[in-house]
Design a protein around this ligand. Sequence first.
Ligand code: AVI
Length: 321
Amino acid sequence: MSASLIENSSVRASPAAEFFDDVLKGLSSAPRSIPSKYFYDDIGSKIFDEICELEEYYPTRVETEIMHRYSEAIACRLGSEVRLVEYGSGSSTKTRILLDHLVDPCLYVPVDISNQHLARTADALARDYPLLSVAPVATDFTRPFEVPKSEFEARRTCVYFPGSTIGNFSQEQAIQLLAEIADRCERGDGLLIGFDLRKDIDVLETAYNDRAGVTAAFNKNLLHRMNSELGANFNTRQFGHHAFFNDAAGRIEMHLVSQREQSVSIADYSFRFDRSETICTEYSHKYSISEFEQMTAQVGWECKETWSDERDYFAVMYLER
Ligand code: AVI
């Protein structure tokens, strides 16, 4: 069975216009920044999949190990006949571990901003799980969207939010998003969320500065995207990748650094960059389990169980509304 894609375009301007507006706004602000969601075009999503395979990038590997080790306990927490809604589903790799253990799931709703990647992933899932109904939604999950209904009434909806994507929001935005997810849920619905834990700075910085330069290519893909989609004229060789841990803020920050004084134009707009001036492209917050429990409790979630690895690198938490 192939899965038909729902594109949620009713609530916003065209994606190209929105990208243009966000880039102009971000490059005009001080300090300069561009929202990290724009990493994920078709090429960026593929580079991200490569990052997940890197030796240095532990989060995917460790989260996958946790999912394998505790899949039965996790599936038991979610219960049978669940409607599983995954935020930022990407390639849905970890979801397969969950799907292999869930009892009679009613519907799987992968939600992702990259529609081509989503369509391919949803088709592959529908092929590999012929008894599962898959209803992909192509949208930015931070905006309101209609969650498809299952044919048979689900016992509960569970939002699955793996991959530490929550870390890519500022703390304030993360709390706001967790509150919105709670609002979209009913009492007793669940949230299964993966987040990266605070740890040794070297381990963190190595994960975002891999030797093969895949993370650098991921970061620079944003420049290529602005050139090809917005007609910008970034000289991609004149910007470097810089990622470091900001201890006070508890986050990795990723930047594109201008290698010299230069001007860049986008449509009728021109932006001057000093040497070493940066565009912040991503935050990746790292939390402690208790910090995360407090954040979620503030907005109506009750933590039921947390699973982590032996080194406490990563945590998967199950919460109920
Ligand atoms: C998707 N997100 C959780 C990744 C992270 O670790 O913050 C994105 C990423 N950026 C560089 N490497 C991976």
